[in-house]
Design a protein around this ligand. Structure first.
Ligand code: G2I
Length: 467
């Protein structure tokens, strides 16, 4: 995508509007909700969603950058560190140092990771660019198997295939060396990723697909076909790169909803909006609201933290200025998140594993206690030898400020990894407490956490104790 000249013009045009906005900033400031969360991650978590950002490993030592990252965000996408050129610079020789750095910093701050990207026509290492046919196809599957296996258990979702459709009205696949290996390369990539990391959600990701158009309809038709034929796909990412030539349009919500109706989760994955001031803030607000209006839109990721971190820095497209100050667009996004939306986004179901949502009456001895100000339900993705449990915590008739969920694991089962929670114990009776950003849950609202384990997943309704 090469839109920088266009976007620079827009930024210049809007600079005057920005000054006006600063003077009248109250227009965009808090809506006055007493329960409003004060960070993007906490506010998104109150409706069961995440708020993420692209992260560059080499910036983690910048304290302004890392302070904002760890305060505001609960999902990270490595901006370049997990791409093919970074992870396999020579054929079958893998390099994970920078990707590992991002993962370990995310884990130590209770942030989940969106892996990006296993198969893409761009940012391929030179050796792959010169391959074709069966040699390229097997290099692709070897790459996916190795990278997804290396990060197994640490990735919430993978962009398995990125940007495989052509721009314009053709609805065709983008021509690329990967496409030239045969039209089935995308489904082969998804099946290979599922085999390597069965617990990761597997996403298709693209740009200029945010609204309803020929390109998004072509992706829609592919996802529909995959669901019909059992190709394992769990989610679709909409990059959300907007500017004056490709503005936020009102059919984003409708587009997200039509994909969600196919049985996949949907996410905004690389949001940035060229501009400044009121116009930019209003656009951010409308994208956030579109996601909140769709139950299966379970997360939003912006493509960088400060404007200066953006790949298109001259467009000033992000939520923080070059010094790390919150922009009007930040406040607009936060206010939109705090205005609520559909809660309890459903969890996507890997097509190869059945999901069981256990009725709350399944085991009277472990039903939520009558005194609790919260309740919890479990949704299981179970396969032979392992499982992922997603637990939904729902506040009762009053806001809660913290929660602890008790889960009894069957004999032989053990927790190996968890997210959005602090686990105590790993087998038998295990308890899971909220972390800093998801303890506060409004009345009747929900938040989600999860854990992965070996053996058989929990079969009884969890208990929930509120604070
Ligand atoms: O908006 C751009 C994004 C479109 N969707 C897929 C994303 O993966 C893509 O990200 C951008 C990164 O933000 C850039 O940082 O992808 C670019 C490459 O396609 C990245 O740019 C590259 C530069 O082209 C290289 O010269 C540089 O070595 O970043 C590399 C690492 O800094």
């Amino acid at each position: 995508m090469n839109r920088s000249p266009r976007r620079r013009v827009l930024a210049a045009t809007l600079s005057a509007a920005s000054a006006v906005l600063v003077a009248s900033g109250a227009v965009l400031l808090s809506a006055g909700n007493a329960n409003a969360a004060t960070t993007l991650g906490a506010s998104a978590a109150a409706t069961g969603r995440y708020f993420g950002t692209a992260v560059a490993a080499y910036k983690l030592s910048d304290s302004v950058y890392s302070t904002i990252l760890n305060r505001e965000f609960d999902m990270v996408t490595p901006e370049n560190e997990m791409k093919w050129d970074a992870t396999e610079p020579s054929q079958n020789s893998f390099s994970y140092t920078s990707g590992d750095q991002i993962v370990s910093q995310a884990q130590s701050h209770n942030q989940r990771v969106r892996g990006h990207a296993l198969a893409w026509h761009s940012q391929q290492p030179g050796w792959a660019q010169s391959l074709s046919g069966t040699a390229l196809r097997s290099a692709m599957t070897n790459h996916i198997t190795n990278v997804a296996t290396h990060y197994k258990g640490k990735i919430y979702s993978w962009d398995v295939v990125n940007e495989a459709f052509a721009d314009g009205t053709s609805g065709a696949r983008r021509s690329s060396n990967l496409q030239n290996t045969g039209n089935d390369w995308i489904e082969v990539a998804f099946r290979t990723a599922r085999a390597a990391d069965p617990a990761a959600k597997l996403c298709y990701n693209d740009y200029n697909t945010d609204g309803i158009n020929a390109k998004s309809t072509a992706v829609y038709n592919m996802v529909s076909d995959f669901k019909t034929r059992g190709v394992p796909i769990d989610c679709v990412g909409f990059q959300g790169h907007f500017n004056s030539a490709s503005p936020v349009t009102s059919d984003i919500q409708q587009n997200l909803a039509r994909f969600a109706a196919l049985g996949v989760d949907v996410q905004i994955t690389e949001l940035d909006i060229a501009g400044s001031g009121t116009a930019q803030a209003t656009s951010y607000s409308s994208v956030v609201k579109a996601c909140l209006a769709v139950a299966r839109c379970n997360g939003i990721t912006v493509w960088g933290i400060r404007d200066s971190d953006s790949w298109r820095a001259s467009d000033t497209p992000l939520l923080f200025d070059n010094s790390g100050n919150k922009k009007a667009s930040y406040t607009a996004a936060l206010d939109a998140l705090n205005s609520g939306g559909t809660t309890n986004p459903t969890t996507s179901v890997p097509t190869t594993s059945p999901t069981t949502v256990l009725p709350s009456t399944s085991n009277p001895t472990t039903s939520p206690p009558a005194t609790a100000g919260c309740s919890a339900t479990v949704s299981l993705n179970q396969w032979s030898g392992g499982f992922v449990a997603t637990i939904k915590v729902t506040a009762g008739s009053a806001k809660i400020n913290g929660w602890t969920v008790g889960v009894t694991l069957p004999s032989g089962a053990a927790v190996t990894n968890s997210w959005n929670t602090t686990a105590s114990g790993s087998s038998g009776a295990v308890s899971f407490a909220n972390v800093s950003y998801n303890g506060s849950v409004n009345a009747a609202a929900s938040t989600e956490f999860g854990f992965q384990g070996t053996g058989v997943g929990p079969s009884a309704t969890p208990t929930c104790t509120a604070r």
